[in-house]
Design a protein around this ligand. Structure first.
Ligand SMILES: Nc1nc2c(ncn2[C@@H]2O[C@H](COP(=O)(O)OP(=O)(O)O)[C@@H](O)[C@H]2O)c(=O)[nH]1
Ligand SMILES: [Mg+2]
Length: 451
């Protein structure tokens, strides 16, 4: 009977999820609930609405705890740990890697800075005690310094970014650049009119890893103000990245808005061609389906058309990154950055550091050197990724320090195939994996597909 119910539910939900590309609120709610992999085609809204109603009715009649959390092929990348382990024992089991949690922030972001640090402390760092490096183009004020030091028992270092690094490079014509930025504002390009945002993207593209406070580290975890972590992280991600020969880890992959990077792909493919770089299997994640199937010819026009390839705008969202610093410190990455810098696209366009980091992984790395931290529940702005909890692998929380405001709420019910530990997922925000802006399908394609 249970088998029959599950088969029927699976049929209904498979039919329903085909409507997800229509992105209707109903479909998103359902997909977020069912956590099934998204499909690439859309049924007419009437069919997807009908199956939505049928599925909800069915679930109300026969609630099923056996519903599977969607599974990804694990041959070349899998969550390091599914479910919980004892984080105190895990922290004792290995020496820490040379790693830091790095945050660039402004003095005006006081409460967001603290919210992020409290969240990562509660879910991870109170066990593992990684140091923090906070960077700013101005001097951090004493209120922020004191509040951050008070929020953690780890080492905290505050650094100021030299003016010569943060500001427009000397070769730019300042008034022309300012005009170009103002024009992007007039065209309502996201953050296009903000000088400071252009500077931030350039800093994260080509300079953060050279800051003197990061010189002693081999790894970093990028943190931003005002983000949340939804699950407990009871293992050391740096240790596991090292053990599995991983270079770059991400949590969310989405599409960039095209008007911010009209010419970025042109310069990156120019670099690829000039240095005769062959894909190691990841580049395909970033090119459109048409380019994968299009015929390639070598005449001048095809070269101009970027080898017949075009950018699908996918990128790893760089507000969360756990990565090796030597990836960025390599001569290849430096040369790539210089090509992009010379294009003027940090100013005349609004090149983001996320598509730059991502295309660099596509040029230099193989899929097996990347890691999807699918088990880490995370939110930035109103985009969350939150996994289901692993059945049979949830453990009670270690005691929280007396007087702390650490969350003591119960966690979500586990689900078959779930990979999370004590996750408490949001119910008011649609899961990014199942929305049409997500690039998880493109990632899954290069590592072996959905199971
Ligand atoms: N110090 C400093 N940090 C900045 C500036 N602009 C952005 N940031 C930081 O850069 C990161 C990305 O900026 P944010 O405003 O969150 O952009 P979004 O995540 O793309 O919406 C955050 O960590 C910000 O605190 C700036 O002018 N000065
Ligand atoms: Mg942000």
């Amino acid at each position: 009977m249970l088998e029959l119910r599950l088969s029927l539910l699976s049929f209904l939900s498979k039919t329903c999820r085909s409507g997800m590309m229509s992105n209707s609120a109903l479909n998103l709610m359902l997909l977020s609930y069912l956590r099934l992999p998204p499909q690439r085609f859309a049924f007419p809204a009437i069919i997807s609405s009908l199956c939505f109603v049928l599925t909800v009715l069915f679930l109300r009649l026969y609630p099923s705890d056996d519903l599977q959390y969607s599974r990804i092929n694990t041959d070349i990348d899998a969550p390091f740990i599914s479910g919980c382990q004892d984080p105190i024992a895990a922290a004792k089991a290995h020496p820490r890697e040379k790693a830091a949690i790095v945050m660039l922030a402004r003095n005006s972001e006081f409460s967001g800075i603290l919210r992020s640090i409290e969240s990562i402390e509660q879910r991870f760092n109170r066990y593992f005690n990684y140091p923090y490096v906070l960077l700013n183009d101005k001097k951090f004020n004493s209120t922020i310094r004191a509040a951050v030091r008070n929020a953690t028992s780890s080492l905290v270092e505050f650094g100021q970014i030299p003016e010569a690094v943060w500001n427009f490079p000397s070769w730019t014509n300042r008034s022309l650049v300012q005009e170009a930025i103002a024009l992007q504002g007039d065209r309502s390009i996201l953050y296009g009119g903000m000088e400071s945002y252009h500077k931030m993207c350039r800093f994260y593209s080509g300079f953060f890893y050279k800051h003197e406070l990061l010189a002693k580290y081999e790894w970093y975890w990028r943190l931003e103000p005002d983000v949340s972590f939804y699950c407990d992280i009871t293992y050391d991600p740096f240790v596991y990245m090292a053990k599995h020969n991983k270079v770059y880890g991400f949590n969310i992959a989405v599409k960039e808005s095209s008007e911010t990077v009209p010419s970025l792909f042109r310069y990156v493919t120019y670099y690829k061609r000039k240095h005769n770089i062959q894909s190691k299997g990841l580049w395909e994640m970033f090119i459109t389906e048409e380019s994968k199937h299009g015929s390639h010819n070598d005449d001048f026009e095809a070269m101009e058309a970027m080898e017949g390839e075009s950018y699908n705008l996918c990128h790893f969202w760089s507000n969360f990154e756990i990565a090796r610093l030597d990836f960025f410190r390599s001569p290849e990455y430096e040369a790539l950055f210089n090509t992009i810098e010379d294009s003027g696209g940090f100013w005349n366009e609004r090149f983001g550091d996320a598509p730059i980091h991502s295309l660099a992984t596509g040029l230099f790395l193989s899929p097996s050197q990347l890691h999807y931290f699918r088990d880490i529940g995370y939110r930035h702005s109103d985009i969350p990724h939150c996994p289901a909890n692993t059945p049979g692998k949830q453990l009670p929380r270690p005691p929280v320090p007396p007087g702390s405001n650490h969350n003591a709420e119960p966690w979500d019910k586990p689900r078959k195939g779930g990979v999370g530990c004590r996750c408490q997922c949001p119910i008011d925000l649609p899961e990014i994996e199942v929305t049409s802006g997500s690039c998880i399908n493109q990632w899954v394609d290069v590592i072996g597909g959905w199971v």
